[in-house]
Design a binder for this molecule. Sequence first.
Ligand SMILES: NC(=O)c1ccc[n+]([C@@H]2O[C@H](COP(=O)([O-])OP(=O)(O)OC[C@H]3O[C@@H](n4cnc5c(N)ncnc54)[C@H](O)[C@@H]3O)[C@@H](O)[C@H]2O)c1
Length: 435
Amino acid sequence: MQMIGGGAIGFPAIVRGQNLNSRVQLAAVGTEGKGWSDFTSMRTHAQVDVAGLCDIDLARMERARHEHKGARWFQDSRRLFAEMEGKIDAVTVSTADHMHAYITLDALRRGIHVYCQKPLTHNVWEARQVRLQAKKSGVITRMGNQIHSHEAYRTGTKWIQDGQIGKVKEVHSWCAATGHGKSYHISRPVEKPVPATLDWDTWLGVAPYRPYAGGHRVYHPWGWRDWQDFGNGALGDFGCHILDPVFTALNIDKAPISVQCSDHTGMNDEVWPAQNVVHYTFPGFPGTAGPQLKVTWYDGGRLPSSKGNQLPPNEGLPSSGSLFIGETGSLVLPHVAPPRLYREGKLVTEEPPKLPGLDHYHGWVDGIVTGKQPSDGFDYAGPLTETVLLGNIAVRHRGQNLEWDSANLRFTNMEEANRWLRRDYRQGWEISEVA
Ligand SMILES: NC(=O)c1ccc[n+]([C@@H]2O[C@H](COP(=O)([O-])OP(=O)(O)OC[C@H]3O[C@@H](n4cnc5c(N)ncnc54)[C@H](O)[C@@H]3O)[C@@H](O)[C@H]2O)c1
């Protein structure tokens, strides 16, 4: 099997900014679930042709193949990239999270523009490699957190940047989803025969081998989220969405200096906890009050207190979202609904102007055609994903305040925690470091 390493071995047909009238030859890796909505949202762009399709499950590629009879199709992304060398310009990567880095790096190293689902990668080291390779390859990248471009998030972040709540003192972000709420498993299910349509070994890819277990939402499809080998629980699933406006509003361009999980509902070696509370400490930014910024994450239905903080005494909070507490007001940004601004204990009814939404998907294609990198490229998505995934290392070491040295990619006060920054790759599926 091919080891993903070395330099770019091909060239995109569309070189940055040189072909304003060209058509973008698009491939989709992962053609159902979110993959379907990703590549079909791209194909509505007037300059996109769907040229390649790839899914490890033939049954899940049927609809895509039926609608794109001219596209070549594959069950293995390595064959897609090798056999369509020079024939595809861009790829959507919408597989289970544990394979994002492997597939994305393969594409980036070949000079292919990449739209990769969130979280960008499965571990912190991978997020750093993907960011470095994207920079080296100079292609147009975007992470699949489409709410970044939604009018609600754009408006909420603009109000904060415009000083509507003054300098930000602290942020609380939460989501209703739980860490093992989707597979309904807390330990390994019994082995089942692999369906004839499924290439189970390629689905596993970089992860350690385990027998297939089928049925609704066990591993494939969908249920992989809960399992530590494949996903990152609720924080991995929603952190890159819900912490995205925090990063954008405050223009966070530095890594947290520490991360701590104060509480969770218990974990084993297989699935993530049902509920977590994680505290990030960032250095201060121009838009924040004081030398440090505290951002607290809650999942599994836990909520911060809305008491005080300029909100009316009995004001409810949405089931998922963020509360920004500023020096002169507070802002609640639900996931996904219009922001609510509060001052002096009251909802502000005369709202500042709102921003329209943008098409996140077409924005990436436009970037490919014009050569202009849209916001939310891997230079932004990499650090955001690193932050999210650091939270789950803190979850593994509940109660320990882990001090983070981002430049050297290591925790400085607990050597044991460093083992979770990357994984051991299955033989034949190694990822080499970006030089
Ligand atoms: N942005 C969003 O709002 C949003 C919503 C849902 C899911 N997602 C993300 O999208 C990705 C997919 O999630 P999902 O819920 O659709 O998962 P899923 O398991 O339901 O679907 C994944 C699809 O990819 C295929 N696939 C899996 N591994 C593959 C591989 N190695 N090569 C080719 N095809 C492969 C599967 O057969 C399936 O068709 C995840 O990263 C998830 O976090 C994002």
